[in-house]
Design a binder for this molecule. Structure first.
Ligand code: ADE
Length: 255
């Protein structure tokens, strides 16, 4: 997969892209990230990239001619979608990451200051994405978040031991808890079932903890999971039984 990033701060990308799994994915040619400096497309002698907003007010706006020159140079005759990172965009979710991971190419456009001239958003941007309901100083960290979440879904990027298959969100539920050695740490024991070697019971315990965790921490995700299972009539006997157990447990705790 090829990802082009347009930014005023290319230096923000070097560390994260060279480190750990993303670094290895690039060395192995599974992802190729090209970072372009929008300032290189300014044509005046001071390389100015922004200007004051028409109508007055605070902040500066990225100049459309500079940004469009950058987009056109990077895009050339490719069909790669241009994604603009902005708090006004569609929420970035695991399913959005999976959708992007199917693409061969992406162009990520990072805004700064007050943002982009609206004409660029309307005519040169294909999709706007937000990584959450908070405002950052620019689109660089969001672009890195998108690159990270998308890259790890590309076949071969994660080793077998780092598989994305059982991730939180992958099946709409939060992941079960994890433990490692020692079996007792400062008087705190690992749940005995995990030491039992009984694979079916471990699987059931993990599903139970996953459902319990999702229900208590993210009722919104739980409701969506339940609704999708019920419409597909896919709730297994074991799941039904576990849900009843959890409900009973929670109502006991509430009393
Ligand atoms: N730029 C600034 N804040 C952002 C956010 N929350 N998501 C995407 N881009 C942004």
């Amino acid at each position: 997969m090829r990802i082009d990033v347009l930014t005023l701060f290319p230096e923000m990308f070097a560390g994260p892209l060279q480190t750990s799994i993303l670094g290895r994915a690039q060395v192995n040619n599974l992802i190729n990230v090209h970072v372009w400096n929008i300032r290189d497309y300014a044509q005046d002698k001071h390389r100015i990239v922004d200007d004051t907003p028409y109508g007055g007010g605070a902040g500066m706006v990225l100049k459309p001619d500079v940004v469009v020159r950058a987009i056109e140079h990077v895009k050339q005759d490719r069909t790669a979608p241009v994604i603009y990172l902005t708090p006004q965009g569609k929420p970035f979710t695991q399913s959005k990451a999976a959708e992007f991971a199917e693409q061969e190419e992406l162009i990520l456009l990072c805004g700064h200051y007050e943002g982009l001239d609206e004409r660029v958003r309307e005519h040169w941007v294909d999709e706007e994405i937000s990584i959450g309901d908070y405002v950052l100083t620019g689109g660089e960290l969001p672009a890195l978040v998108v690159i990270d979440a998308v890259s790890r879904l590309i076949p071969g990027v994660l080793g077998c031991c780092e598989s994305a298959e059982f991730d939180s969100f992958q099946d709409g539920l939060l992941e079960h808890p994890h433990y490692t050695r020692p079996p007792e740490f400062r008087g705190l024991a690992v749940p005995p079932v995990l030491l039992s070697g009984h694979h079916e019971e471990i699987r059931r315990w993990r599903l139970r903890e996953s459902l319990r965790r999702t229900l208590t921490r993210r009722p919104d995700l739980f409701d969506a999971w339940l609704a999708s299972r019920q419409t597909a009539r896919q709730l297994t006997k074991a799941e039904q039984q576990i849900l009843e157990e959890i409900q009973a447990e929670l109502s006991r705790e509430r009393r």
